[in-house]
Ligand binder design. Sequence first.
Ligand code: ZN
Length: 229
Amino acid sequence: MYTHSPLKALTFSYDDGTEYDRRLVEILNRYGMKAAFNLNSGLLSGAGGWEQNGVPIRRMNVKGLPELYAGHEIAVHSLTHPRLETLDAGTVLNELEQDKLNLERIFHAPVCGMAYPYGSYNETVVNIIRQVGLRYARGTVSTHSFDIPVNLLTYQPTCHHKDSELMNLAEQFIRLKPDVPQVFYLWGHSYEFEVNNNWQILEDFCALIAGRDDIAYVTNAQAFLGEQP
Ligand SMILES: [Zn+2]
């Protein structure tokens, strides 16, 4: 169990389960980094997909995913990626509870966290998240902060990987000598690296911040809850 020793933790959160997660996992594993991968279990299929800047983007089939994501955390992103706050309570419950159950069945591990599709929510959604037994949920608003808030169900990340302050924040985090636990929380979509042709951002960030004795490289659950996975 991770007990916030060292006090600084770095964690990643990547959404949607597209094919570019394969390259992302390879890079993270090479640097000893851990992520939560937020998956829509109702959409885990190579059928369909979309294009951005001429780059094809497809979600992955289920077979092989437990092996791909081994050592990382799997988290809820809803069954079908709707705007949850537009739905009736029964449908929000279905989107979250069934996604959690499906992911626990596929990955043979408890699921305790989530990322909001589109980063959006309201009070009803937050109450249902609590009811389903999820213990943290991430939005998409950069805080440029490393503090761990009391309410983890409306957690907002440190920054997105395309944030112009990314490397400055990394250097700030490396210099930090905190008295309380601090988390550098980076989020995004792996397909964005391909669409924007900027995988180097991730390589540079990892190279700078990897392998330091006073930083724990952990999953979201470990960073927030001090727990596996
Ligand atoms: Zn998403």
